[in-house]
Design a protein around this ligand. Sequence first.
Ligand SMILES: *Cc1c(COP(=O)(O)O)cnc(C)c1O
Length: 367
Amino acid sequence: MTLRVSANAAWRQRSLAAVWHPCTQMKLHAPDGAALPLIPVARAEGVWLHDHEGHRYLDAISSWWVNLFGHNHPAIRAALIDQLNTLDHVMLAGFTHPPVVELSERLAALTGLGHAFYGSDGASATEIALKMSAHHWRNAGRAGKCRFVGVAGGYHGETVGALAVTDIALFREAYAPLVRLAATVPSPDARQAAPGETPAQVAERAAAALGEWLAEHAHQTAAVIIEPLIQCAAGMAMHDPVYLRRARELCDLHQVHLVLDEIAVGFGRTGTLFAHQQAGIRPDFLCLSKGLTGGTLPLSVVLTTDAVFAAFYDDEVARGFLHSHSYTGNPLACRAALATLDLFEQTDALRQNVGTSQRLAAQFAPL
Ligand SMILES: *Cc1c(COP(=O)(O)O)cnc(C)c1O
């Protein structure tokens, strides 16, 4: 009798031997996934992930919140194939191409932020926004404004600069000596409501704390960074939009940039295309990634204002934003993003989601 290793088990073993998986204590997968089995995926379609042995899994986490319209979507796939037949990639310094121009124009029209700087992952968008904010103040003759303030429980990615504004001890503690820690102000998390207190009152209380902090530290602060409406990594902690309105007022009052990290909550996750639209405000920097390409390719973007752009526009090279990533503005990723924006226009997804979320809430209520 021969012992046959199943196809799933074979891929699991090879992966555990050769691949270092993200955000994972690898020993939890040993031996061969006894405690926490890796799920080998052969292909994906719509909401389903299929393994090598005929099982399917509902991708309820949307592959780390990136997927919006399902896997292997025919419209996004067609756009990618067309783009692959035309232009795979070209560096964006000194060169340009239709997908990056069209995507930047469309994002500007949707947000009122007319200057798009691209990265590849969410964390690189955070890095870009922080560096750009501090460099803006330096170019404006206020180099002392180079510190940041974030919200308790905030998450903005895991590169060293992004960890400075990420207030999650598990992710940060081991790297504490590497990180130039930002200040932290209380979260507007509605779960922190005292008995009888409304979410709006919690938000006002948190905004007052931000105001006190800025009154003292604004002269050395470049930017406040906030995940608008939902702090996802903090356990989907939600807050009232009034917090964002107050943060906007305070940032204007104290001449500090407002950076909104919509890497997770952008692209319809909160009911509007962008979460901050529910507060009727405009940030100085908007960070987008995850859903940007409908979950197909890594791409991030930082959108900013004419005022920020103007502070870098100069005869002197060193006053420019000399930041880059090799794949900045990759045409394939931009094309996937354009196809994703088309789907929002063609499917009326935002309106349909209102009905879907009401049905889901009703179904889960008895549980
Ligand atoms: C996922 C996420 C990031 C980091 O994005 P990566 O692509 O994982 O680097 C930053 N901010 C928020 C709010 C996120 O959800």
